[in-house]
Design a protein. Sequence first.
Length: 117
Amino acid sequence: MEIYQFNKETGKKISKFNSNFIMSRIIQTENPTHIGCMYLEENGIIGYHQAVVPQLLFILNGEGFVCGDKKEYVKVQFGDAVFWKKDEWHETKTDTGLTAIVIESEELNPLSFMSAR
C-alpha cells in the first residue's frame, strides 16, 4: 500500500490560455479506466478483498482508515490518495463517513504525477 497527496499544496499554478487556477495532476492512461465515486456513511466499510486491477482511492471528504496485505491500518483524510497494486488485499473503513473517488486501471502509475506522503 502506498499513500500519495493530491491537495492544493501539491499542485501547480496554471496560467496557460489566460487561466488562473491550481491543478494537482493525478494520472494519465491510454487504456480503459474505471472511475467511480464512493460514499461511505458512518461506520461504512469497503470489505477486505483483493484488487482485481491496480487502483487509486482519493479521499475527497471525511476521514477513515485503510490497510493493505499486512492489515496495518493507516488514517487517511481529504487530500490523501491510496494506491493498491493488482492482487493486493485491502480494506477501507470509516467511523464518521467519507467520500472518495476510485480509479481502476491496468496502467496506473501514481509516481508519474504525485509525491508520496
